[in-house]
Design a binder for this molecule. Structure first.
Ligand code: AMP
Ligand code: MG
Length: 399
């Protein structure tokens, strides 16, 4: 069986995700909409700012009345949040940042360029050009402008933008419901003692927490023992989920019970990926619910989740661009012999340069705790010190 490239696997996954029915739309307050996916573009309903206003504390003037040395009396004081009178000719208005410009005024001089005279009038030290320190009406947006496109995730900035437009509620996709199951007789949940041959279940925590960061509604199905009857029964209990993610039981030669049930009662594609860590991977379906099977080794689970499952999930959530932010960095190590699998190397960034961490085996999670992200070494490629490779920061992969 030849290896399936990461690009080909991703393409299949994204096509499948796009072919699924769109999640329903719900309308939420901004506070409740944090990290949801915007379902409809957000339009400006009015000009922003709604009126010309001052960007400085100073004096609003008619620019043509002000030459260097000009003295003008103050005819009014305009605070932010208050509505001014028209500016009388031959006067200036004391004005503060964010306050509306009075009708007739077309510029503001900042107070540092003025001197207050003994009689309270103001002397301007220099000429004031039109539009100086004025934020024009509609500088940020005009009515009908598309401010945010559909298919983005709403973070603090997008929500603040919606607030500034007076949008109290936004239309978002409902949460994707994802069930997580860990397979393997050797697995033990936290709080239980370890018997001989047993290990603690770390993939459960990895997957549940990663999915929560994506704002999925998570269903913890716990541990599935390597037993065909129990596997059948637990799968049949699956209710109201949009996706099942399993870990373990996809290695070659393994007593793969989940796979067996999917083959019998649903569908199953088994892939050998040109990916390191993370060669075995399954994509199946059970009663219409897609099932993603990740390899059990902790680093393989991590990489396959981040590189393949995450973009699939984001696409299901309605996100237009499911690709994490990445950038190119120089590396401080060489890989003289090319591999046939694309490698995602756990690296730390030191002065902007990628340093490979010790212990890259698929069974080891510890090096990932010391890493800032994954460095992508394409298949059939060597690298020399100083070469640039694509770096995927955990800060964006877990965003
Ligand atoms: P498998 O894919 O089931 O063959 O498992 C491969 C390796 O990953 C084995 O060493 C398993 O013990 C380990 N493993 C499987 N599932 C988990 C899990 N949930 N947490 C930690 N290690 C696991
Ligand atoms: Mg197993």
């Amino acid at each position: 069986m030849s290896l399936l490239s990461v690009d080909a696997a991703l393409q299949i996954l994204l096509e499948q995700a796009q072919s699924m029915p769109r999640l329903d739309i719900e309308e939420l307050t901004l506070d409740a909409a944090e990290n949801r996916v915007l379902a409809e573009p957000l339009l400006a309903q009015f000009a922003m700012p709604p009126w010309p206003n001052s960007s400085m504390d100073g004096y609003a003037v008619r620019s043509k009345e002000v030459q260097a040395g000009q003295v003008l009396p103050i005819s009014q004081k305009i605070f932010a949040g208050h509505s001014p009178e028209p500016l009388s000719e031959g006067t200036c208005a004391r004005i503060f940042t964010g306050a509306p410009l009075p009708a007739g005024a077309d510029a503001v001089e900042m107070q540092e360029n003025t001197e207050v005279q003994a009689d309270g009038s103001v002397r301007f030290l220099q000429a004031v050009p039109a539009a100086k320190f004025v934020r024009p009406k509609g500088q940020e947006a005009m009515p009908g402008d598309k401010i945010l496109p559909a298919g983005i995730r709403l973070g603090p900035i997008e929500l603040a933008m919606a607030a500034s437009l007076g949008t109290a509620r936004v239309k978002v996709r409902r949460q994707l419901r994802v069930a997580v199951v860990s397979t393997g007789d050797e697995l033990v949940e936290l709080g239980q003692p370890l018997a001989a041959g047993q290990i603690y279940n770390s993939n459960r925590t990895l997957l549940l927490q990663s999915l929560k960061r994506l704002n999925c509604a998570v269903v913890d199905m716990g541990i599935l023992p390597d037993d065909i009857e129990q596997t059948r029964q637990r799968l049949a209990e699956l209710d109201h989920v949009d996706l099942l993610i399993s870990s373990g039981g996809v290695s070659v030669g393994e007593a793969d019970f989940l796979g067996q049930v999917l083959r019998e009662e649903g569908e199953l594609d088994f892939w050998k990926l040109a990916l390191k860590p993370g060669k075995p991977f399954t994509l199946g379906r059970y009663q219409g619910v897609p099932v993603i099977g990740l390899p059990g080794n902790p680093a393989s689970s991590l990489v396959t989740f981040l590189i393949l499952a995450r973009p699939y999930i984001l696409t299901r959530m309605g996100v237009t661009d499911p690709c994490a932010q990445h950038f190119s960095v120089p590396v401080n190590f060489a890989v003289p012999v090319a591999g046939v699998r694309r490698e995602f190397i756990r690296v730390a960034l030191v002065d902007g340069c990628a340093e490979k961490l010790d212990k890259q085996c698929s069974g080891i999670l510890r090096s990932a705790t010391q890493a800032h992200g994954l460095l992508e070494l394409p298949e059939n490629t060597t690298c020399a010190v100083g070469d640039h490779l694509r770096f995927w920061p955990f800060s964006s992969l877990f965003n």
